[in-house]
Design a protein around this ligand. Structure first.
Ligand SMILES: [Zn+2]
Ligand SMILES: [Zn+2]
Length: 291
């Protein structure tokens, strides 16, 4: 069995800056997130869980493109809830609209847009990436396994969102419904959000290790990023190690679990990837000697 141990790089903010220098200050208040490439792979900064006014957020979809570029992201996915439309009096209930708008806005920009949707008809939420018909009514089914199957039938990559949310986990631990073990065993669930926003659930690493789930950390942003992120508080992102800067390579990397989650002052991933990233982040220089 593939060695799949996890390490937590518990690094204080000041040390993090010294080692990886992930932030580069720009004219705006929000610094860019930057990490170096590792041998053989591009390090892509990704947020695979965002929302717009087409579900329950407060911004127009194209704003997510501007925010992503300002923060140095390489990959985003617009994952509006497919069954939840609190603004339907004003905004059409069309789950394809936000994807279409954001795809057009990202055209000719250095940003990879992954089509997706949040399938959240019950308190168990999942994101389905790489799907092409977010209006499929089966995605709204109240039985998680049925809506997950509908996403998989569209060729979706499905991950479990915020498994430790207090709405479903009163003690902060992620309870696993019986059927979920089967879904994970069958490969119907491909990944898990170990971090969502500022929340981190270390116990989810056990599930990830046991079922070979891809580690993900995303913002789940509903508001305006400029107000949410400051030089002291960055967006939670997933670092994806991709062979090429293409959607296909992003998918290949996700399917082969080549990710590290950057959440608060934590970098979470396999020892192998963490070692490669931290090594690539080091700069060694000789001291200047004044004669
Ligand atoms: Zn959710
Ligand atoms: Zn969400």
């Amino acid at each position: 069995m593939k060695r799949f141990l996890f390490s937590l790089a518990l690094v204080a903010a000041s040390a993090m800056m010294a080692i990886a220098q992930p932030f580069v200050r720009t004219n705006s208040a929000t610094p860019k997130i930057q990490f170096p490439d590792i041998p053989g792979f591009h390090t892509l900064v990704a947020d695979l869980h965002t929302h717009s006014v087409f579900s329950d957020a407060s911004v127009w979809p194209t704003v997510r493109v501007e925010e992503a570029l300002a923060e140095g992201l390489d990959v985003i996915s617009m994952t509006d809830h497919v069954e939840y439309h609190p603004f339907k009096k004003y905004i059409p209930e069309d789950n394809l609209a936000s994807t279409e708008l954001i795809l057009n806005a990202a055209k000719n920009k250095p940003l990879i847009m992954i089509p997706g949707g949040e399938i959240s008809a019950t308190s168990d939420h999942f994101n389905a990436l790489f799907i092409n018909n977010q209006n499929d009514t089966v995605l709204k089914n109240k039985t998680p396994s049925i809506r997950i199957k509908a996403a998989k039938d569209q060729g979706g990559f499905v991950f479990w969102n915020h498994p430790g949310w207090t709405s479903r986990a009163k003690d902060g631990n992620a309870p696993v419904d019986e059927g979920f073990y089967q879904l994970m065993e069958q490969g119907q669930i491909n990944g898990i959000e170990i971090c969502n926003g500022d929340e981190f659930w270390p116990e989810t690493l056990v599930l990830a290790q046991r079922y070979h789930l891809t580690l993900l950390g995303n913002s789940d942003i509903h508001g305006v990023s400029h107000y949410a992120y400051t030089p002291d508080r960055h967006r939670t992102v997933t670092l994806i190690f991709a062979k090429e800067k293409t959607p296909e390579s992003v998918r290949e990397a996700l399917e082969n679990q080549r990710t590290i989650v950057y959440c608060g002052n934590y970098l979470v991933g396999t020892p192998d990837l963490l070692t490669q990233l931290l090594t690539a982040s080091l700069q060694v220089s000789l001291p200047v000697v004044i004669h």
